[in-house]
Design a protein around this ligand. Sequence first.
Ligand code: UD1
Ligand code: MG
Length: 464
Amino acid sequence: MSSLSAIVLAAGLGTRMKSPLPKVMHTVAGRPLLAYALRAAFDAGVEHAVVVTSGRPEIEEFLNEQFGGRVVTTVQDPPRGTGDAARIGLAHVRTERVLILCGDTPLLRAKELAELVAVLDRPSAGELSLMTCLLDSPDGYGRVVRDDAGRVCEVREQRDLRSDMERGIREVNAGMYAGRTATIGAALADVRPNNAQGEYYLTDIVASIARLSTVTPVQGHRDALLGVNDRAQLRDAEELMLERIRRRHAEAGVTVRGNPHIDDTVEIAPDATVDNGATLRGSTRVGAGSRVDVGCVLSGAVVSEGVILKPYTVITSSEVGDRAQLGPFSHLRPDSVIEAEAHLGNFVETKATRVRRGAKANHLAYLGDADIGEQANIGAGTIVCNYDGTSKHRTMIGAGAFVGSDSQLVAPVTVGRGAFVASGTTVVRDVPEDALAIGRPEQINKEGYAVKLREKLAARRASR
Ligand code: UD1
Ligand code: MG
């Protein structure tokens, strides 16, 4: 195959998005719209891409970070139409063939693009191929006009349609083209803005190339056409993309129940289960045999194998080791590491905390900036007081230590290995290894006093 470049048109203003963010940077399933068009192009055999942008720095930053040297950007300002944008992009193309795409159609597939290019190798193909779709309601799209012999001879924009017969054409232009760079360049040089919108139409190259050679239509799936122009279409595109992602994981051996939200960037190993209403975002990874139950929200979570995340566990930028069990309603804030076989229960919150192998905190605890030793047991209601109003301090709890319910640990403080903290203790000084720390007022029992108290209260109520 001769080498191939792509031009991705992304300089439109995107005013209907009503957003300061450039349209192509709005995300679908965790990736900007623009990323999907580029990925499909690279998967279809493109080596190098030129993105025509409005000059917004966010786009350039993202492209450098994600695609590095494979993508260059060039600026079209002002946006004078798709033909003008393609001409500006083409100035950076050095390959014999070029693919032209829009940056706002995230559902296009690599195999359709590959076919668009592959047809050019057919002896009868001519010098341009064009992706088309058959629609029941073609309104708004450019129509593919064919001659009496059925050959494509023109694409006419909605606003330039001249008769009801033309308006009735159901075959539309999907906005993706492949062809010989030199031929497209020559055709673009002739494009004039003599149309209803006063713009340079890329679609005008179809008529001029059809006059000299052949334009080959390739029928694509209607999804490929779904261009995002407003937030309603963004939502439609995301719904379709999410269903594709769920199906991809299911086909790879993941049990996917109902409709969890799984970003395109997430990795899930076979034999994991993701339940209805879970949300898995960003760089989240879930290991084999793990279960992510209803309502869990995972962002940048690294979950190992055989982990059980019970309903409504929230994990942000943290790690969970093999066979650990969390939730329901556990909350791991950034930089937490929960080691293998540890258990965290309902309303347990961690932040920058390591819970070592087999340690347990089963109910109601705040464990921030702490290190909990192996097999340690943290009782219900334990609070690590890590903040003194100015700075954060660490709490160290040794292996096998037992922290009784309703204790406070005022950091910085260390509880030694095997130490025992009695319930209700406020620990302000280090507890040595194997020591008992107890810090609570002694209890006094007054015999029969409850009866007297009740009588006194009743009398007071009667006198009111
Ligand atoms: C275009 C096609 C239409 C086709 C439809 C498919 C033209 C004239 N029409 O119409 O036949 O059915 O796509 O979706 O091409 N852009 C620029 N610079 C500009 C204008 C647009 O870079 O000056 C970019 C946009 O960011 C967008 C793409 O080109 O990614 C398409 O532009 P848009 O205005 O959406 O074209 P349509 O009117 O949808
Ligand atoms: Mg469009």
